[in-house]
Design a protein around this ligand. Structure first.
Ligand code: TRP
Ligand code: SF4
Length: 404
């Protein structure tokens, strides 16, 4: 059994909805690319999640998965730093989902906000399915099966991560209490050696009696560094610290990206379904045409009418792409009516085109070698499976499913 340092392990997932746009790139992928150098990263194409809502479009799934994998790679997600894989190629996600479903109260699923919200959207799909109700539980399984402590997500996913934490807590509470837990924990403390044991006891007391959260953090760090005790003992001591049982499934933390929200061409959220996106594969001409067609501050009916960047969807693009002097030029020219909107859009068009050149060159390489992409995903699935299997071995044991 390998030691999982859950605070250094990242898992995130994305639904294969087709080609990616600038919102995905700036909002998600750039953050992943940063994380992949400092964390042990697992990035999952969640094809089962796509089926929970788009079960009538299953025929498109394979192409969408491939397109998304190519866009990830083109953006710079690196298979030598991170593990990229397809959810359905790691069946352990489904096994954990099933096992967690035994202990997940129906009411928890029914009260997740996205459950009602999605059903009320006018997309014409019938989402009163078992699979869709279980969406957050499948997501919890995605995370918990790797014992990932860090989950980079957008704010729309916070409720799902909180749900995963609650499920993990319930699981640990029900199954982390093996017979003789306290005795085993006390035995494990002795194995730490006298000095460390004394310190552990002191910190545990400070947390449990005085609620000293810093002591809890210090004790966790202390445990993490222990090389001489088994993983089982370590989990006992983590659990014992907080007064619970063994921590079988650590509770994940969300990691919100600081990236600015990139808005669509019309000023609302960039989304494929809003038809307001600049796609990573858009040609230079398409980029130019799309940005040229963008609406601007309605006050600027004539070229000489003054406007205000604050009322213009082009302005966020300047904030993302333009230098300080260019932004000053925009603000002054807009407010005085000194520049035209087409002129103002010029630097943004240029910047987006430049940004996409290297990305599209890499995408073309992968597009030409689909076997290379399949190989990356197959290898990723293998690496992911090895980790997921270890968790399942322990989970089965905890549930008494260890037949010989
Ligand atoms: N629900 C997420 C979304 O719609 C996708 C997702 C599935 C996910 N499993 C995950 C995200 C696990 C983070 C971790 O964006
Ligand atoms: Fe928008 Fe620029 Fe036109 Fe001002 S000048 S309204 S910022 S496009």
């Amino acid at each position: 059994m390998s030691l999982v340092d859950s605070e250094r392990r990242v898992l995130s997932g994305m639904r294969p909805s087709g080609r990616l746009h600038l919102g995905h790139y700036h909002g998600v992928l750039k953050n992943w690319i940063k994380l992949q150098h400092t964390y042990e990263c697992f990035f999952c194409i969640v094809d089962w999640h796509a089926l929970t809502t788009d079960y009538t479009a299953a025929g498109q799934l394979a192409d969408n998965v491939m397109d998304m994998a190519i866009d990830w790679l083109a953006a710079g997600v690196s298979p030598s730093s991170a593990t990229l894989f397809i959810q359905s190629q790691v069946p352990e996600h489904a096994e954990l989902h099933l096992l967690l479903s035994m202990i997940c109260p129906l009411s928890w699923l029914e009260r997740v906000p996205s459950y009602k919200e999605q059903q009320e959207l006018p997309h014409g799909r019938d989402l009163s399915t078992f699979g869709f109700l279980g969406y957050p539980l499948l997501q919890a399984a995605d995370i918990l099966v790797y014992r990932a402590g860090v989950v980079p997500v957008g704010s729309d996913q916070l409720a799902h991560i909180e749900f995963a934490r609650e499920v993990a807590r319930r699981f640990n509470h029900l199954y982390g209490r093996e017979p003789g837990f306290e005795e085993k924990a006390e035995m494990a403390i002795l194995k730490l050696g006298k000095k460390t044991a004394t310190l552990y006891n002191k910190l545990r007391k400070a947390f449990q009696q005085e609620g000293d959260v810093e002591a809890l953090e210090t004790a966790r760090a202390l445990l993490k560094d222990q090389q001489t005790i088994t993983l089982g003992d370590k989990e006992r001591l983590f659990g014992y610290l907080e007064g619970g049982g063994k921590v079988l499934l650590p509770e994940p933390q969300p990691l919100l990206s600081e990236a600015p929200k990139i808005l669509g061409l019309d000023g609302s959220k960039m989304s494929k379904s809003h038809n307001n996106s600049i796609f990573l594969h858009d040609s230079a001409v398409e980029v130019e045409e799309k940005i040229k067609r963008m609406p601007t501050d309605p006050a600027r009916g004539h070229r000489t009418d003054p406007g205000d960047p604050a009322n213009c969807p082009v302005w966020p693009l300047h904030q993302l792409y333009s230098s300080e002097p260019t932004r000053t030029w925009v603000e002054q020219g807009c407010k005085s009516g000194g520049i035209g909107c087409l002129e103002c859009k010029g630097p943004v068009i240029e910047a987006v085109q430049q940004e996409l050149i290297p990305l599209q060159a890499r995408a073309a390489d992968y597009q030409e070698s689909p076997d290379l992409v399949r190989g990356i995903l197959a290898e990723g699935a293998e690496r992911a499976r090895a980790e997921a299997r270890e968790t399942l071995t322990e989970v089965r044991l905890a549930l008494g499913l260890n037949y010989r």
